[in-house]
Write a protein that binds this ligand. Structure first.
Ligand SMILES: NC(=O)c1ccc[n+]([C@@H]2O[C@H](COP(=O)([O-])OP(=O)(O)OC[C@H]3O[C@@H](n4cnc5c(N)ncnc54)[C@H](OP(=O)(O)O)[C@@H]3O)[C@@H](O)[C@H]2O)c1
Length: 294
């Protein structure tokens, strides 16, 4: 077993690090001495976030990358950007970027937008960066899911992957996909020193669901007085991305800093494998571009 390198020698990519939980995860990991690759939808927003992080953590070592997750070609190019800016040194991937769209909207590839951004994009990004992570192992893939995964209702062993209805149902399906993906990935990584975990950050005061999210935004508004601040909610992501106490833990779902049981549907192995293969089929055409040495 190889000893994990000290924090200062480790590099982490945080997607959706421009606001909310992602911004505070990036700040927390920079505070722990890690080199942080800050992903934004645009390079301008990623640079604004790096400025905010340096303000909070003087001396933070930061890099900026950009991609709109509504385009799988852009996600593929992100993998190349990450390899280029990091010099091939990447130890942790935090799949955090996500949205909650109130209506059925389409990605630029024609897929239902919430599932495209919340599941297909991190699926492709992880597949594209896995060789780099494994070359730097011990390595970790941490995916920000949600308790909303338990509201998903798979039908006949399927969830809508590219043509969902939008709104809360698609959000719940996308967050179930995050958990199913994590368990299927952990199984594939068994026996290696690369781990896969996922988490529920809590109900959090962020912009999620506040822009164009219809009834779902209203629901989140009702929870607002009880919701956590993003700096508190980021703690579980920071733990799973960096803490030595969880080294080697894989195939687990965390909430409030500890492993908890996820929904029965998330443990359905057939559903996990169906999702894996269906996601592979959709993203495969983009994986070649993502593997190009950038
Ligand atoms: N807030 C909650 O109560 C809660 C509860 C459970 C789970 N979560 C999960 O926590 C994660 C972070 O959400 P948050 O609450 O921190 O929300 P947030 O403040 O809205 O942050 C979401 C991040 O994802 C990015 N993003 C959204 N759409 C994108 C796209 N098409 N391409 C690239 N980046 C995109 C956003 O970038 P822009 O600024 O450019 O939009 C932003 O950086 C999500 O996965 C969410 O599902 C949140």
């Amino acid at each position: 077993m190889v000893d994990p390198p000290a924090a200062a020698e480790r590099t982490v990519l945080v997607t959706g690090a421009t606001s909310g939980i992602g911004l505070h995860t990036a700040m927390g990991l920079a505070g722990r001495g890690m080199r942080v690759i800050v992903h934004g939808r645009t390079i301008a927003s990623a640079r604004r976030a790096t400025a905010a992080i340096v303000g909070a953590v003087p001396g933070a070592r930061l890099l900026s990358v950009a991609a709109d997750f509504g385009s799988l070609a852009a996600v593929a190019s992100l993998a190349s950007q990450v390899r280029a800016v990091s010099g091939g040194s990447l130890h942790v991937l935090v799949n955090n970027a996500g949205l909650a769209s109130g209506s059925a909207r389409r990605s630029s590839d024609g897929f239902e937008l919430t599932m495209a951004v919340n599941h297909l994009a991190p699926f492709l990004l992880t597949a594209a960066l896995l060789p780099t992570l494994q070359a730097n192992a011990p390595a970790r893939v941490v995916t920000v899911a949600s308790v909303a995964h338990a509201w998903a209702r798979p039908r006949r062993g399927r969830i809508p992957l590219t043509d969902g209805p939008g709104g809360l149902r698609s959000y719940a399906h996308s967050k179930l996909a995050n958990v199913l993906f994590t368990y299927a990935l952990a199984r594939r990584l068994q026996g290696s020193t690369t781990s896969a975990t996922c988490l529920h950050p809590g109900a959090v005061r962020t912009r999620l669901g506040r822009r164009g999210s219809g009834g779902m935004g209203m629901g989140l508004l009702l929870l607002w007085p009880l919701a956590l601040w993003p700096q508190t909610a980021a703690r579980t992501s920071i733990l799973l991305a960096s803490d030595p106490t969880v080294e080697g833990i894989s195939g687990a779902y965390y909430a409030s800093g500890r492993a908890v049981r996820s929904s029965a549907a998330s443990h359905d192995r057939q559903l996990q494998e169906w999702l894996w293969h269906a996601s592979e089929q959709v993203t495969l055409p983009f994986l070649g571009a993502a593997s190009d040495v950038g």
